[in-house]
Design a protein around this ligand. Structure first.
Ligand code: GMT
Length: 381
């Protein structure tokens, strides 16, 4: 198949999922065309069957708000025509789904009457936060209903979209995935990383996010502070965003700043995961929690909240731990008990990786998308 993929190319789970899916599809012989305003960060150099088409957004002085969605729609239609795409797959509804809808219409009404069905994958905040804004809700609902196929990354997100948006079309759940060959324990890499980040044999906890309020970064610091009192340990904070300074301030207040390493945005995270024991993800809400899955694949045990889709990813007590949002005492207790019990820690690490491989490996999930695309193409023929 010839597939156009649009996503947010910067740091964020939806862009990562879209890019990894594109790479996996390309390896399986499909022709993949990424269409976005910048090259997706996880696109590692030239790859067979992968193409990238940049969307230029005009900065004309009249435009206080440059119309990216229109430039994207135009580029989608051009690329689809030029490379004879079979379908578009857009990740994150706003505004990608609306642009795809316009591109489909332009081509259908054009001289060559080309068909261009599009699939929308919902990732979370496009529904739970942004989509509920009154200025976006009606058009988001409309573009979802107009999609030739809709998927959501968890049952939680599917149910919430149906309930809150009251969309009429079927939403299929296809879980997020992880490349289990890249995200895997790696003793050689671990040695290098340990020398850099935990040279004195400290325990390593890790957190990965965009540091937005929904991630509750101060809870991460609170939990680490309690663990740090019990064990020599380090906290690796990967990512950046609006709550970084409040986290830095709290770490200084608690006198643990030297052991809290702010690594900023990183193109690669699997290397850092090789030395971590525990991933902390105390989010207010996660529609899926890709960070927890990436950790599990690397044999890092997630301690997360019982929020949104996280219980579909983490099996409490088997592949990680779940607690109520804001319950830093319970999450700290889980971390301390686990680090005190090497046997239990080792069992849980293995169980976490086994679950990642069994349920979420990209080689399995990519087949679900291929099957879904085929059904969409058949339906819209
Ligand atoms: O978490 C964010 O704010 C970023 C957002 C995104 O678009 O990257 O993440 C959402 O999509 C990820 C990939 O599907 C999911 O793993 C995250 O759980 C989801 N975030 C939320 O639901 C808050």
């Amino acid at each position: 198949m010839k597939i156009g993929i649009t996503c947010y190319p910067t740091y964020g789970g939806s862009g990562v999922v879209a890019t990894e899916l594109g790479l996996e599809l390309a390896q399986r012989g499909h022709d993949i065309h990424f269409i976005s305003y910048a090259q997706p960060i996880r696109l590692r150099g030239p790859e067979p069957n992968i193409h990238y088409h940049e969307v230029e957004v005009s900065r004309y002085p009249l435009f206080d708000y440059p119309p990216y969605d229109l430039a994207l729609a135009t580029r989608m239609a051009e690329v689809a025509q030029l490379y004879d795409l079979d379908l578009l797959h857009v990740h994150y509804a706003i505004p990608h789904s609306v642009s795809a809808m316009l591109a489909r219409q332009m081509l259908a009404d054009g001289a060559r009457k080309k068909r261009l069905p599009f699939v929308t994958t919902l990732h979370g905040t496009d529904i739970t936060l942004v989509g509920l804004d009154r200025s976006y809700l009606p058009i988001t609902r409309y573009s979802i209903e107009q999609s030739d196929g809709v998927t959501a990354i968890s049952n939680y997100l599917r149910d919430r979209t149906q309930r809150v948006f009251d969309v009429k079309n079927k939403i299929e759940v296809i879980y997020n995935s992880v490349n289990c060959d890249v995200y895997a324990p790696n003793p050689k890499m671990a040695e290098e990383m340990r020398a850099e980040y935990a040279p004195d044999g400290q325990r390593v906890l890790v957190h990965l996010s965009n540091f937005r309020p929904v991630k509750r970064i101060t809870d991460v610091i609170e939990i680490f502070d309690r663990v740090h009192k019990q064990f020599p340990s380090r906290l690796l904070l990967i990512g950046d965003g609006p709550d970084r300074s409040v986290a830095e301030w709290l770490a200084v207040q608690k006198g643990i700043h030297d052991d809290v390493l702010f690594l900023g945005k990183q193109d690669q995270i699997y290397d850092k995961l090789t030395i971590a024991d525990i991933m902390l993800l105390p989010s207010e809400l996660e529609s899926f929690g890709l960070a927890a899955l990436e950790a599990m694949a690397c044999e890092v045990v997630p301690i997360a909240t019982r929020a949104g889709g996280l219980p579909e990813v983490v099996d409490n007590g088997k592949t990680g731990y779940l607690a109520e949002v804001g319950d830093v005492e319970t999450m700290s207790r889980y971390a301390i008990e686990l680090l005190q019990d090497e046997k239990r820690l080792s069992q849980m690490r293995k169980a976490a990786r086994a679950a990642a491989m069994e349920r979420f490996c990209s080689t399995k999930i990519v087949k679900q998308y291929e099957d879904f695309y085929r059904r969409v193409l058949e339906r819209s023929a």
